[in-house]
Design a protein around this ligand. Structure first.
Ligand SMILES: [Zn+2]
Length: 615
């Protein structure tokens, strides 16, 4: 009896001592790993530059706490495993050491990879995946070896003295991070109204169920539309991304913000892009100044930071990839920031040409005759678009329908990403607490006026975009048939957030339709590209060519597809609208200068080429 007790008692004590040593080692390692993760995290970095104290702190707290918890868990699990290993047939000391070393290394490596994997940028680094795996395992093995040596060098009688210093240090660090972060969070935990603007690049309004489309392209967006103020006649300020987003952000017409030429060559052959000037106050700047935490998650080579579009965003990432990646990055950010007032801008490119829907969606709206050029050829969109423009390919109506079926499949695929987005917003408890705007920058043409893609005309297939505004708790829902425009979004958000707008804002707040009643004052809408200006009223559209000095007039009520030019028949209306356009242009284009622009980087040039923007 006595003998047994004398033998087991020291073993129990040694096991307890080893568990404590293990936990303390893990605690220190966890604090260091968390601080490292925080420092190298993109988001934390952006805040560091912007000196936003409490966000900065809550990130640090999040990363340190999470890493510490995971690593302490791993080490305790390893200690238990070591005890279980003792039940195996006797191995020599060296073999036991190696087995333990491998176990700790493998656990650490798995945990590190798990953390990497949860980072939205991990899939973007796929090409270096093997390198990441190997480096992670080597790093884990080094840490594990240090731990095993540390553990081996300790005798139970002096572990207290050896571990006291790091234990006290780690505890002080944890307290120093957690206490102020909890206080900061507590101070900002009033029920905020968030603002989320979702832009779906190249999404035509008439291809959504809620806008009367016959194909089931958009169940999630349609459900969203039912809870929203939905505008049936929302008109964009231009027919391609850059000018429209500049207008959305500033509530200015393209010729006022002067960002409306496509990417062009300079004398040296570099690609040059227009820049949204610093002097303009953008949506993100208004909201940032009103205390919102601002972030942009995008996939659009036309909207790089150096082109001026990141103004006002604490965090701005314009090259995130497919919708799932944008969602992943946004969800990651949301989890850390939802306790503050948020403004998020999400810009999805999935519906944009080339029409390459994910495989499981591809045949949803038609099967394709692969002996024709479609859909394989449209994967090289730049070549395809060039061939159409140059007349090397003459598209038939069937070709256009096949393209459209692919486009619709892309919408259906993106709709599933929207469903995931809405589900996450609900899960995080901010769906009913936010102003959510969904719109598009322009549509796409499928031979309605003899071509495909966008940017080349100002007809309605390119200008009529979806616009749905969901107010907190789905209030003010309804359908508005009055004509509204992209530049109305900013004043709407500002009025909703009770932020004063600058006098130069050109749009009108859509809160005026809150009661759902129509019959308010009607405003004509102006849209433009460098050589065209369109004026649209509820009944007519006049498109004026500033170079040829001629115009086309369409009766939108009797001819919504704009197929019959009435300029020579309804001369009085045409002349009147042309004069109004000229007067409007005199005002808006007066301050226009030929801006120098900025050189587009290689990566963006490649992307713009794949989208068919440059050749
Ligand atoms: Zn676009």
């Amino acid at each position: 009896m006595d003998r047994t007790r004398q033998e087991t008692a020291p073993t129990d004590r040694r096991f307890a001592a080893q568990v404590v040593v293990s936990a303390i080692f893990a605690l220190v390692l966890g604090v260091l790993a968390g601080a490292g993760r925080w420092y190298f995290d993109d988001v934390a970095h952006a805040y560091f530059q912007n000196r936003q104290g409490d966000v900065f702190l809550s990130y640090l707290q999040y990363f340190v706490n999470q890493s510490t918890l995971v690593i302490v868990g791993i080490f305790l699990a390893a200690e238990i495993l070591f005890q279980l290993l003792k039940l195996l047939p006797r191995l020599n000391d060296r073999a036991i050491f190696l087995v333990r070393l491998f176990v700790v290394s493998a656990l650490l490596c798995a945990a590190t990879l798990y953390v990497f994997h949860a980072q939205y940028w991990f899939p973007l680094a796929l090409s270096r995946r093997v390198l990441i795996y190997v480096a992670t395992f080597i790093g884990s093995a080094v840490v594990a070896l240090a731990y095993m040596k540390f553990r081996q060098s300790l005798r139970s009688r002096d572990f207290g003295r050896t571990t006291a210093v790091p234990a006290i240090f780690a505890t002080i660090v944890l307290a120093a991070i957690n206490i102020p972060a909890v206080i900061a969070k507590h101070e900002t935990s009033d029920q905020p109204h968030h603002v989320i603007v979702i832009l779906i690049d190249a999404l035509r309004a008439d291809h959504l169920g809620s806008y009367g489309y016959s194909r089931p392209t958009s169940p999630a967006l349609d459900a969203f539309a039912k809870e929203s103020m939905r505008f049936t006649q929302a008109i964009s300020q231009s027919s391609y991304t850059k000018p429209v987003i500049a207008s959305l952000f500033t509530s200015l017409y393209p010729s006022q913000h002067n960002v409306f030429r496509n990417t062009r060559h300079d004398a040296a052959g570099n690609f040059i892009s227009d820049v949204l000037d610093d002097s303009f106050k953008t949506m993100a700047e208004y909201l940032r100044d009103a205390g919102f935490n601002t972030a942009g998650f995008l996939e659009q080579a036309q909207l790089r930071s150096y082109m001026g579009f990141a103004q006002g965003f604490y965090y701005y990432k314009p090259d995130m990839g497919a919708a799932a990646e944008i969602n992943r990055g946004f969800f990651h950010w949301l989890r850390l920031n939802k306790h503050r007032k948020l403004f998020a801008y999400l810009h999805y490119l999935d519906v944009h040409a080339p029409y390459t829907p994910p495989s499981r969606y591809r045949d949803m709206f038609g099967s394709f005759d692969h002996s024709t050029n479609f859909p394989e050829q449209v994967k090289d969109w730049q070549k395809f678009k060039g061939d159409v423009t140059d007349g090397n390919i003459t598209l038939t109506q069937t070709d256009a329908e096949q393209l459209m079926a692919l486009y619709d499949a892309e919408i259906r695929a993106l709709d599933d990403d929207m469903a995931a987005l809405f589900a996450k917003l609900k899960e995080e408890g901010i769906y009913d607490n936010s102003l959510i705007v969904i719109t598009a920058d322009h549509g796409d043409e499928f031979l309605e006026h003899g071509s495909v893609d966008h940017a080349h005309t100002l007809y309605d297939e390119l200008l009529r975009v979806p616009l749905m505004i969901r107010f907190p708790k789905g209030e003010n829902r309804g359908i508005v048939d009055m004509q509204v425009q992209t530049i109305d979004v900013l004043p709407t958000i500002l009025e909703f957030c009770e932020i004063d707008q600058d006098p130069h804002v050109m749009g009108h707040s859509l809160l005026t339709y809150k009661s759902g009643a129509n019959g308010h004052q009607q405003f004509p809408v102006f849209s433009e590209r460098a050589d065209l200006i369109a004026m649209r009223t509820e009944k007519y559209k006049f498109i004026y060519n500033t170079e040829l000095k001629t115009g086309e007039l369409y009766d939108l009520q009797n001819d919504p597809t704009e197929s019959k030019n009435l300029a020579d028949e309804e001369v009085k209306t045409a002349t009147q609208m042309q004069n109004e356009i000229l007067r409007w242009a005199e005002i808006t284009r007066s301050a226009m200068t030929d801006q120098g622009g900025v050189k587009v980087d290689e990566k963006s040039v490649k992307e713009l080429r794949s989208l068919g923007y440059i050749r």
